[in-house]
Each structure stands twice: as C-alpha cells, then as structure tokens.
Design a binder for this molecule. Structure first.
Ligand code: DAH
Length: 346
C-alpha cells in the first residue's frame, strides 16, 4: 500500500508537470484527488490493515494528497502568470512610435469672408445682429417701404410659405427689426450676416440660397459722406489700399438717395479686362440713406434721425478675392475646393 501511494504521487506529479492548460490540470485534480480517485480507493482498503499500520498509511495518504494538491496549485499559478505575461506581450504598445495625425477641417471660404467683414466692422464700433430666415412679409417688404403690390418686389423673386410668411429674400428685414427694438432711440450701428433665399435658377452667378451682410447706422446728423467714408475704409481693407471706389446712382425702395459702389479692377488697374467686363470697375454692393418712410415705420423721428444702410454678398466678395469663377463651388462640398482654404497642409 505504501508503495502504491508513492507510485501514485510520482505518477500524478509527472502528469501535472506535463499538463499544458488549465483544463488538463483540472482533469488531473479530479482523477487523483476526487472521491472516485485511486487515493480514496487506497484509504477505503485500510480496514484490512493492522492497527499499527493504519495510522502510518493514513498519514502517508494525506501527505501524498497534499503533495499532489500543492503541485497542482503551483502549476496553476504558473499557468495563470504565463497567460498574463503572454497577454501583456501581445498587447504591448510602443509609446515611442510617432502618432497618427488627426485630420483637421478648415473654415468654409464664405465663413472666412463673413468673419473678416464682421471683424472689420466690429473694429469700427458696430454690433452683429441676426434675424429669422423664415420671415414675415411685413419685415421683408412692407417695413422697407415696399407695400403689397409694389413693382420693386419683383426684383426679388420670393419663396412664399403663406401669404404673410416667406423665406427672407435679403438681410434688410433685420434692419427693420433692430430699429423697432430701439423704440425710436439712436444710435444704431449694426451689421447683419445671414442666409437669404430667392427663386432663381442656379447657374455660375446665381443661387436660390446665398448669403448677405447688411449694415445699418442711425443717429443724429448721419450724412452721405459718412456712408462714403465707411465704404471706402471697408473696400480698402478688404481688397487693398490701392483700390479706388466710386458711387453710382441707383434705386432701392428703402433708401433715398440710393447708390451702388464699385471698386477699381485690380486685374487691369482700371484699363478694362474680362473680369471687369472692360469697364475698369467691379460692382460690390448697394447702399443709400435710409428712406424717411422706413425710419418712421420703425418708430424713429425722421426729422431728428437719419442713417445709412448697405447690403453686400459675401459670395461675390469671396469670388473676387479668391478668383472663384462659379458660385456653385460654395455649396457643392467638393473637399478639393474647400481644402484650398486650409491653413494646414495635406
Ligand atoms: N437688400 C438689397 C438687395 O438684396 C441690398 C441693399 C441695398 C441693402 C441697399 C441695403 C441698401 O441696406 O441700403 O438687393
């Protein structure tokens, strides 16, 4: 019996050493130490032993059992440790490798131009105002001296939602809204950037949706010369100090007198080329002195207050500034086009 136990110990320990995974190890545990295992069987046969031998064999059996159990335990710990090491090795990251560059987007060229113009006017003491794109007919037309049936409404083909609600055709309604908020008290000095909508067929120079920036100044003693000086500063900062401006008489229902501003053509230095269509001048914006009717409708006393207003299209300005030949480039999201305005390489 003693021999049998010693044999079992040697055998079991050899198997434990040879085991290559936790399952095999568990099988060995069950086989040798379980209730149906050979050691239990030996113990069961102890009844036949003499009273002298019985405790010895009993003690030996326990020793064998403990030796096997301990060996299994050691092996299990070693296996678990090896598994952790293997996992660590497999998941090792080399922190010294250079990182992958993150792709950064860039501002849309229209956003750039709008922000540049905003900054320029903020620097002259203006505030930025905004208004709704879904607008009342009243603010879009009536409050701007364009009553229902006025022929000049045809200059701006509109998307009507109901009889009284439309998508604003210009940013001028923000003028009317802002003046109303001031309750007849000056000064008002704002610019209003935003999207506008017209029922136009899209082509290289037209889009059914585009952007505008409106300007409005109201105070006592505001004169045409203030408008001219302001526009000159704007044109030179935006397009270069060597640019000349010229004001041509024009018509807008909300201003009287009304003008359009041209800048001298940089391409040909004013001699005439295909960019300026041979005239030496490029049209940039519409402007004028706020019509007394517009002042009065918004609650300002037109005997006390006067003002000027202007409206321009950032698309047109961006096209001139960057030499873009088709307005649709701004809206078709071609990444190759947009990337050209990035400050980053690649
Ligand atoms: N609202 C005009 C348009 O969309 C542009 C404009 C012209 C705005 C003259 C003004 C202005 O404020 O004074 O064609």
């Amino acid at each position: 019996m003693q021999e049998r136990l010693q044999e079992l110990q040697v055998e079991a320990i050899a198997k434990v050493e040879a085991a290559s995974n936790l399952k095999e190890l568990n099988d060995i545990r069950v086989a040798y130490l379980g209730k149906k295992g050979p050691i239990t069987e030996v113990l069961r046969g102890m009844g036949k032993l003499s009273a002298e031998e019985r405790p010895k064999i009993g003690a030996l059996a326990n020793e064998v059992r403990e030796a096997i159990a301990q060996k299994i335990e050691e092996k299990q710990i070693a296996m678990e440790e090896a598994a952790v090491q293997e996992k660590l090795a497999a998941e090792k990251i080399d922190v010294t490798l250079p990182g992958r560059p993150i792709k950064v987007g860039n501002h849309h060229p229209l956003t750039k131009v709008i922000e540049e113009i905003e900054d320029l006017f903020i620097g002259m003491g203006y505030q930025v105002a905004e208004g709704p794109e879904v607008e009342k007919d009243y603010y879009n037309f009536e409050a701007l001296n364009l009553p229902k049936g006025h022929p000049a409404r045809d200059m701006q083909d509109s998307f009507y939602i109901t009889e009284e609600i439309l998508l604003r055709t210009h940013t001028s309604p923000v003028q009317a809204r802002t003046m109303e908020k001031h309750e007849g008290k000056g000064p008002v000095k704002i610019i209003c950037p935003g999207k506008v909508y017209r029922r136009d067929h899209d082509d290289a120079t037209h889009s059914h949706q585009f952007t505008q920036i409106e300007g409005l100044v109201i105070d006592e003693n505001i004169r045409m010369s203030d408008l001219k000086g302001t526009l000159e500063v704007f044109a030179k900062r935006m397009f270069g100090e060597d640019r000349e401006i010229r004001l041509r008489p024009s018509f807008f229902p909300f201003t009287e007198p009304s003008v359009e501003m041209d800048i001298s053509c940089k391409m040909c230095g004013g001699h005439g080329c295909n960019v300026c269509k041979g005239t030496g001048w490029i049209e940039i914006l519409g402007a004028g002195m706020v019509h007394p009717n517009v002042l009065e409708m918004a609650g300002f006393d037109s005997n006390k207050y006067s003002g000027f207003a202007f409206g321009m299209g950032p698309e047109r300005i961006a096209m001139l500034k960057y030499g873009i030949d088709d307005i649709r480039h701004f809206y078709t999201n071609d990444i190759r086009f947009l990337k050209q305005f990035s400050r980053h390489e690649g």
